[in-house]
Design a protein around this ligand. Structure first.
Ligand code: ADP
Ligand code: MG
Length: 369
């Protein structure tokens, strides 16, 4: 990949609070990258550094072959969209969308043409004379996006642009954002704490925590082959079950949350190299619930079944597990729905085995996925 945007060794602290430890990232031309992570992980800080609103303490930014680390924001040609729309209330829609053009000395017919084009892109051509207060939240956010793209930015940066919208609107604007990206080919970096947004929109997702980049990968790979226990436990709804495993003196057996278990198939393969305590990630949708014992199945007792609409989520207490072990979550519980019932949980695949202390991936090897 030839990098269009390179972020090299970037760090940032606010006084004694470290927001970014050391960020290295390369983004390709035309890529849609999402920055995903819990609140406080440093996403906004990184985006503001890209925009030129914040100066990094250390490191460099190179955009399209040019070092922009010390360039002022206005020189970078960046389109910015924030969570709270930030439209000028006293200006109509056309005035808002044309604001960046005016700042760049573009007026007259050229400005009118670009405003039309940007409004068309977000399907808001007929709203040009309205004030922001006369628009819904979703429409205001579309105008904010139109304003950002009207200048034909070299980089489109979005910080939680859908967070203020209700769930239905969020989904439709999400689809529009993806279409907009496909039509314009703008290199886009979007901050979100919402994994669904991150996975559905991005070519690649950069997962952040505690001011560090944990993993940067296409959505499928991040989900199916997480590099860390944190990633396995952050993505998915509900996220992967993380179960403590230890070698057992008996050949082929494993201590699973303290209970004896004889895995078969992919689980046996993933755990074959186990030398000490680790954590096993099993996604709820890869588990099968059986009424009868079967080789490789984990015996347990149904604790509760939640009806989710269309499918059920079963909470299974592993037989013989150490006190305090959380229930094993199984998605798609089907007819086995009686609390108290004995059940057997069969893993269909293994999302990963991770080091207990560092959380680093031990198995299966990433290259194999
Ligand atoms: P995110 O967008 O992922 O929620 P931020 O980049 O906003 O994270 O914040 C990263 C860390 O930096 C957090 O611990 C936050 O409290 C801290 N932080 C952010 N902005 C400031 C600020 N202006 N002054 C002091 N600390 C800040
Ligand atoms: Mg933020």
């Amino acid at each position: 990949m030839t990098a269009y945007l390179t972020i090299r060794d970037v760090a940032k602290s606010y006084g004694r609070a470290t927001a970014l430890r050391r960020i290295d990232m390369e983004i390709a031309r035309g890529e849609f990258l999402t920055l995903l992570g819990p609140s406080g992980s440093g996403k906004t800080t990184l985006l503001r550094i890209l925009a030129g609103l914040l100066e990094p303490d250390r490191g460099a930014l190179v955009l399209d072959g040019r070092d922009i680390t010390r360039s002022p924001a206005w020189e970078r040609d960046i389109g910015l969209v924030f969570q709270n729309y930030a439209l000028f209330p006293h200006m109509d829609v056309r005035g808002n969308v044309g604001f960046g053009l005016e700042m760049r000395g573009i007026g007259g017919a050229e400005a009118a043409r670009r405003i039309d084009e940007a409004l068309d892109t977000v399907s808001m051509r007929d709203y040009g004379a309205r004030r922001p207060s006369e628009l819904s939240g979703g429409q205001q956010q579309r105008i904010a996006i139109a304003r950002a793209i009207a200048i034909k930015p070299r980089l489109l940066l979005l910080d939680e642009p859908l967070s203020n919208l209700d769930a239905v609107l969020r989904q439709s604007v999400r689809v529009e954002l993806r279409e907009l990206h496909q039509r314009t080919g703008l290199t886009t970096v979007m901050v979100t704490h919402d994994q669904v947004e991150a996975l559905t929109l991005a070519d690649r997702v950069a997962l952040m925590d505690g001011g560090e980049l944990l993993q940067i990968d296409p959505p499928e790979r991040l989900y199916e082959c997480p590099a860390s226990a944190f990633a396995a436990g952050f993505l998915g709804s509900p996220p992967a079950n993380l179960l403590s495993v230890e070698p057992h003196s008996e050949a082929g057996a494993i201590r699973l949350c303290g209970a004896l278990w004889r895995p078969t198939g992919p689980a046996a393969a993933a755990l074959s190299g186990l030398r000490g305590p680790a954590r096993l990630a099993l996604r709820p949708e890869t588990l099968r619930l059986l009424a009868e014992p079967a080789p490789g199945a984990i015996p347990g007792r149904m604790k509760a079944v939640e009806y989710m609409g269309g499918e059920r989520l079963a909470h299974v207490a592993i037989d013989g597990a150490a006190p305090g072990t959380p229930a094993l979550l199984v998605r798609g519980a089907g007819a086995l729905a009686d609390p108290g019932q004995l059940v057997y949980v069969l893993p269909g695949s293994v999302t990963g085995v991770f080091d207990t202390d560092s959380g680093a991936r031990l198995a299966p090897a990433q290259a194999g996925v």
